[in-house]
Design a binder for this molecule. Structure first.
Ligand code: FCB
Length: 486
């Protein structure tokens, strides 16, 4: 853990054991995917801390396409903004790219078997838009669709429920060249792509997520510029936020039009915002930070309006006012079936609006470690937005893992998971309807601008040999799932 420090107002990446009885040292390609069976279990023991989750609570793991798939030129896939961004010298730590990543495109059967051996009940993955529409528009690329059909079939055969995210940041580069998310038309293109996916997989995927973390796209892609498309243009970021919300709403509408009796949700990375000191308690600075971190996404989706305090600042939000058209808020507020919450960190703000670090961080220096923040943010959603069913769609920590033979010790991750799950459990006891938890991440992967320097998986990946080694935390998670508690 890193000790807290004072930091300028920058968001997230911009700052910028038990014996393993799981399959160890799996070096398998696409053809051979058998995985040793984990040890047999008797009746589930009681959770050691006595925190049992409600019956029917579902335990999952999450990944995203660009971070694990590799195979960027396979089967007609088009270029994404992340391929283009990685090609710009100096953008990604170590000059890394997602070209190979964890080679999941070819090794997905191995990865499905690992999930099954862990007892994982549900899997959140994302679909790479450029595999489906290489140029972001027009008819579907059948070979791209076939990959996700195979993946979903493989999940269902193993009794693992799929949760498919339509957009986890890999915009087709061709759409970037016509303006990307700054352009209103991109929202319509997204809805068309979504409709293709609902048609192709709508009857086998029970839960869909629209757009992963619109906040990160706007703040890190368009304000700090540490993510693709790498712009530093706060004015453009206002249009981007609105068009992402509009795209979400249009996709929800397309989903309802498809007639699927399934569920759809947004995925927001929420951060509880606290005053950094007595002077900032109740200050405008704290309210503004909360608006930008949370309400600017939650309010339009769940209340059909942008936060009034934000809109009232006409100077600051002129670029937002300019892009809102009649009827947009109705589209954005189309009813959803649940809310996906990604939780990584709280935010502390002083009277000048500067973000202050109060807790130790993980090796991702934007990530302050504060499990109670997860409890607080869940209660806040319930209090301000009502009883929406909630899924924790991401939560995790990077650690500096290295295999010791066939064992990978990662006690810091286990501690992180235990304390955060305790916070989720407390929120459930306090009446919040949390129905599932997706650990970020199944595999070590390409962590955006940090490249491969941060390992977020419960399964270690040797990126040279593509060997997979379940870490200690994988064993711990397997036990947690078996007990339905911590
Ligand atoms: C989230 C992203 C995910 C991963 C984790 C660490 O914000 O959605 O892709 O990078 O952070």
């Amino acid at each position: 853990m890193r000790q807290p420090s004072q930091s300028p107002r920058l968001s997230r990446r911009s700052l910028v054991g038990a014996m393993i009885t799981l399959p160890t040292a799996i070096t398998l390609g696409c053809d051979s995917h058998s995985v040793p069976t984990p040890r047999r279990r008797g009746a589930s023991p009681s959770p050691p801390e006595g925190r049992r989750f409600p019956d029917g609570f579902r335990w999952g793991v999450a990944t995203s396409a660009y971070q694990i798939e590799g195979a960027v030129k396979a089967d007609g896939r088009g270029q994404s903004i992340w391929d283009a961004f990685c090609a710009v010298p100096g953008r990604i730590s170590g000059g890394d790219t997602g070209e190979q990543a964890a080679d999941h495109y070819h090794r997905y059967l191995t990865d499905l078997d690992i999930m099954q051996s862990l007892g994982v009940q549900t899997y959140r993955f994302s679909i790479a838009w450029p595999r489906i529409q290489p140029d972001g528009r027009g008819s579907a690329n059948q070979r791209g669709l076939d990959f996700y059909k195979r993946l979903v079939d493989g999940l269902l055969e193993r009794g693992i429920e799929p949760l498919a995210t339509l957009y986890h940041w890999d915009l087709p580069q061709a759409l970037q060249e016509t303006g990307g998310w700054e352009q209103r038309d991109t929202a319509q293109r997204f809805a068309d792509y979504a409709a293709i996916m609902f048609e192709a997989l709508g009857s086998s995927v029970p839960t869909w997520a629209t757009i992963n973390e619109p906040k990160t796209i706007a703040e890190v892609g368009y304000v700090s510029g540490f993510h693709a498309p790498g712009k530093r243009d706060p004015e453009a970021a206002w249009a981007v936020r609105h068009h992402l919300l509009l795209a979400h709403g249009l996709a929800v509408r397309a989903f309802r039009d498809s007639g699927r009796a399934r569920r759809i949700c947004p995925v927001l990375n929420l951060a509880p915002v606290y005053p950094a000191d007595d002077a900032s308690a109740g200050s405008t600075a704290v309210a503004v930070a909360d608006a930008m971190e949370n309400r600017i996404y939650l309010d339009p989706i769940f209340k059909g309006s942008y936060p009034q305090d934000l809109l009232a600042d006409q100077d600051k939000t002129a670029a937002l006012h300019r892009v809102i058209k009649d009827g947009d808020l109705n589209v954005i507020a189309a009813p959803v079936d649940l809310l996906g919450v990604n939780y990584y960190n709280p935010v502390y703000v002083d009277t000048s609006g500067t973000y202050v670090m109060k807790h130790p961080t993980s090796m991702a220096t934007w990530q302050q470690l504060y499990p109670d923040g997860l409890h607080d943010v869940l209660l806040r959603v319930r209090q301000d937005y009502g009883d929406i069913p909630i899924s924790i769609t991401e939560n995790g920590i990077p650690t500096d893992d290295a295999p010791d033979g066939t064992v990978v010790y990662d006690p810091e991750r286990i501690e992180f998971l235990r304390t955060h799950l305790a916070a989720v459990h407390r929120a459930i006891e306090d009446g919040v309807g949390v129905e599932s938890y997706y650990l970020w991440s199944l595999l070590d992967n390409f962590e955006w601008s940090a490249g491969y320097s941060q390992r977020w998986g419960i399964v270690y990946v040797d990126f040279d040999s593509q060997q997979r080694i379940p870490k200690d935390s994988a064993q711990w998670y397997q036990d947690t799932i078996a007990r339905n508690g911590i």
